[in-house]
Design a protein around this ligand. Structure first.
Ligand code: GDP
Length: 366
């Protein structure tokens, strides 16, 4: 499963957020394949489409799709030089698919800041610089290994790789992340093996106080982070980690009321989950029936048989066709029968590229 790593300086609210995640963790009974480790939290991806399908089908079982977060505590200044447990933390980030970068935007004299004051841009730059430095080491090591092959022996593959690595090294030397380069598909594939940290998609999570979360635009620190993130083409999600921790202990009804009182429509954690899901290019298809309504994760661009394979490899192997309609249609017409009568149910074959929100039935040979 794909996982987003939670990083940030000490005392910015990472553990508080991660506690909220583990307390909202899915029940293992429904997700027997979820690997639950102490630093991993598996959460459901909130999806109003499933709620609507449940209303229509009244199934015996409802299953949301899931997403994983990994707590990567302890990233500090100097990590790339091996300070603290630097290298270990960096290699934990290497295993993640996306990065959630938590930034302290709350003022609280009782909570020490490692750098002595609250300054979100300085903090962001400390962490980002560590990631850049770590990548620089990786890239330089690799360049050292292939330089002779590329420049002396003129091996074709080595030349291609060498040129990309030089390009990446250049932006890293400017202190910029590798993702700021527009690599094409082939280049991306080539550098994938190096698991560069600054090539991973990233979102900022701006942690602010419970008083301010109702109106984040009024928080000066949040404004700064937002401007910074926008300039980098990254998303920023305002949350109050403390509130998320409280919310994670409530049932749905209390949660909705509490959010209303705060003047927010959706919990910050739900927003973070959705944003992380999106930056990873993940989509959802749905299966619906009286037994079960369920959301499944697939990668943008996957075909119908590949989606069938998400459910079971046998479904993919024996794939014949898929009956497909869109969530919008069942939402509008109210039943599968009505969708059919409106001529909105399609039969799709092996080449069909699945779309987010498709409701699919697969026909297959066993
Ligand atoms: P970490 O080191 O990044 O994991 O930070 P923690 O989650 O342990 O938080 C450090 C301290 O800040 C803890 O005492 C938290 O209770 C507190 N804290 C976290 N978020 C907030 C917040 O939004 N407002 C205030 N006032 N304190 C917070």
């Amino acid at each position: 499963p794909l996982t987003a790593g939670i990083v940030g300086l000490p005392n910015v609210g990472k553990s508080t957020l991660f506690n909220a995640i583990t307390k909202s963790q899915v029940e293992a009974a429904n997700y027997p394949f979820a690997t639950i480790q102490p630093n991993v939290g598996v959460v459901e991806v909130p999806d109003a489409r499933i709620d609507r399908l449940v209303e229509l089908f009244k199934p015996k079982k409802t299953i949301y799709t899931t997403f994983e977060f990994t707590d990567i505590a302890g990233l500090v200044k100097g990590a790339s030089k091996g300070e603290g447990l630097g290298n270990q933390f960096l290699s934990n980030i290497r295993l993640c698919d996306a990065i959630c970068h938590v930034v302290r935007c709350f003022e609280d004299a009782d909570i020490t800041h490692v750098e002595g004051s609250v300054d979100p841009i300085r903090d962001i730059e400390i962490i980002n610089l560590e990631l850049v430095m770590a990548d620089l080491q990786t890239v330089e090591n690799r360049i050292g290994k292939i330089e002779r092959k590329a420049t002396m022996a003129k091996e074709k593959d080595a030349i291609v790789e060498y040129n990309i690595l030089k390009k990446i090294k250049e932006v890293l030397l400017e202190g910029k992340p590798a993702r700021s380069l527009d690599l094409d598909k082939d280049e991306t594939l080539l550098v994938k093996n190096f698991a560069l940290l600054t090539l991973k998609p990233m979102i900022y999570v701006a942690n602010m106080s419970e008083e301010e979360i109702g109106d984040p635009e009024n928080n000066e620190n949040y404004q700064k982070v937002k401007a910074y993130a926008e300039a980098e083409n990254n998303l920023v999600i305002p949350i109050s980690a403390k509130i998320e921790e409280e919310l994670s202990e409530m049932d749905k009804e209390d949660k909705d009321m509490f959010l209303q009182d705060l003047g927010i429509s959706e919990s910050g954690l739900d927003k973070v989950i959705k944003a992380a899901y999106n930056i990873l290019g993940l989509c959802t298809f749905l299966t619906a029936g009286e037994d079960e309504c369920r959301a499944w994760t697939f990668h943008k661009g996957m075909t119908a048989p590949e989606c069938a394979g998400v459910i079971h490899t046998d479904f993919q192997r024996g794939f014949i066709k898929a009956e497909v309609y869109s969530f919008e249609d069942i939402d509008k017409y109210g039943s599968e029968q009505a969708v059919k009568e409106a001529g909105r149910l399609r039969i799709e074959g092996k080449e069909y590229i699945a779309q987010d929100g498709d409701v699919m039935h697969f026909r297959f040979n066993v």
